[in-house]
Write a protein that binds this ligand. Structure first.
Ligand code: GLY
Length: 397
């Protein structure tokens, strides 16, 4: 090859590389647009709301429902600000995240609820991850102790609720609270936190799931015999239905427990749950699930963006712990792309300053139907950040 041909070849190669780069950037544009919108919205919300009066959702009269420390959702807004800070490195967001987080200090001593993982790990857990503030770690340790006070060794599981008629209610959502316990145990906390988590996960795996790997929402146990008394629902369409967010909680929980323990039975369980979700004939085309897979009025039934966000973040994790995780990664990507369209992602300044629209809290209780809800925002941003890391993309351009 003479010198001229070599130069032409060199120039063509450069053009090709540049062209590919341009194409890749154009393909990722949806992500950067969505992150910019989300961070802007979170910043508006962080400046608008007061710590301790964290935004939860929208009431039917259009007002914002606020979450104080006693509300199970109180940790999601601080966690969402931490994620927005992580994505933007905006120091004002860091300060706000700290203020909203620290307003929840009293939660660490609560022993009346199983939701301490949601409340403390999303807030203080992310805060510690991003700042290494030792006082945040202390809160998580104390919160883990409080949560474990709800463990009954005869049943082998943590008690979820203190209200209602059940003798000893355990809900599938409770799998999510194991994340804090496992972290605490692995980071200087008591070994019993881990033992309790494993026992709870095993018990839930043995009793909460049906033959098709969908899950019941609420089980009640007999505290004298440790046996199951009843299987049913509280927030789903019916006792036998597959409440969408519950399927997401289970998927996330078993994926997480596999990552922590490398016990393959958890991985198998996660894969089965994923299959139930991903192959479900009533999953809509955009992969943002209806609030319950068995809702009677599909396709008119409301979607649940929160379920979709939980499923997406769990599938991204699952994609990393199997040999060929593309099917999970691609499914999560499809969900995130859908949630990043105008149908779900609010324009900054609208939607009462929540990031996502169209979630469902508890439809049978006539509560939070087709509204923005703080945990949808939290898991959406969590999944978006994970997605960028897995694709080796910077979080902002
Ligand atoms: N953990 C309650 C819910 O998912 O609505």
């Amino acid at each position: 090859m003479n010198r001229v041909s070599k130069s032409i070849m060199g120039a063509l190669t450069l053009l090709l590389v540049w062209g590919c780069q341009e194409q890749k950037e154009a393909k990722d544009q949806w992500f950067y647009d969505a992150m910019k919108i989300s961070v802007e919205q979170v910043k508006l919300a962080a400046n608008h709301f007061k710590p301790g009066e964290n935004p939860r959702s929208i009431e039917s009269d259009g007002s914002v429902r606020l979450a104080g420390p006693k509300d199970w959702t109180c940790g999601f807004f601080p966690g969402t600000i931490w994620y927005a800070y992580e994505a933007s490195q905006d120091i004002e967001l860091k300060q706000k995240a700290a203020q909203f987080t620290e307003s929840l200090d009293e939660v660490k001593n609560y022993t009346h609820t199983h939701d301490l993982g949601f409340m403390l790990y999303c807030s203080y857990g992310n805060g510690f991850r991003l700042t290494q503030n030792p006082s945040y770690k202390e809160v998580i340790m104390q919160g883990s102790k409080s949560l474990c006070s709800r463990f009954n060794s005869k049943v082998g599981a943590i008690r979820s609720w203190d209200f209602g008629e059940w003798q000893y209610p355990v809900i599938v959502d409770n799998m999510m609270n194991l994340e804090m316990l496992m972290w605490a145990s692995n980071n200087g906390g008591d070994a019993s936190f881990k033992e309790i988590s494993i026992s709870h996960a095993n018990k839930t795996m043995a009793n909460h799931f049906r033959d098709d790997y969908s899950s019941y929402h609420v089980l009640s146990y007999d505290t004298l015999t440790g046996k199951v008394i009843s299987k049913g629902t509280y927030q789903g369409y019916s006792d036998d239905s597959a409440w969408a967010r519950g399927q997401g909680w289970g998927l996330y929980g078993y994926t997480y427990m596999y990552g922590q323990t490398k016990d393959t039975k958890y991985l198998e369980q996660a894969r089965h749950i994923a299959k139930f979700i991903m192959t479900h004939p009533r999953m809509p085309k955009d992969k943002v699930a209806y609030w319950d897979f068995d809702a009677p009025n599909i396709p008119e039934a409301p979607r649940d963006a929160s379920a979709a966000a939980v499923i997406a973040t769990a599938l991204l994790d699952l994609s990393q712990v199997v040999d060929n995780g593309d099917e999970y990664f691609n499914y999560a990507e499809d969900i995130l792309k859908s949630l990043s369209t105008e149908k779900y992602l609010a324009k900054p300044g609208t939607n009462k300053l929540f990031v996502l629209k169209h979630s469902v809290g508890a439809l049978p209780k006539d509560s939070e139907i087709d509204v923005p809800i703080n945990y949808a925002d939290y898991y959406y941003l969590e999944a978006m950040i994970k997605y960028a890391h897995l694709k080796n993309m910077p979080l902002k351009k």
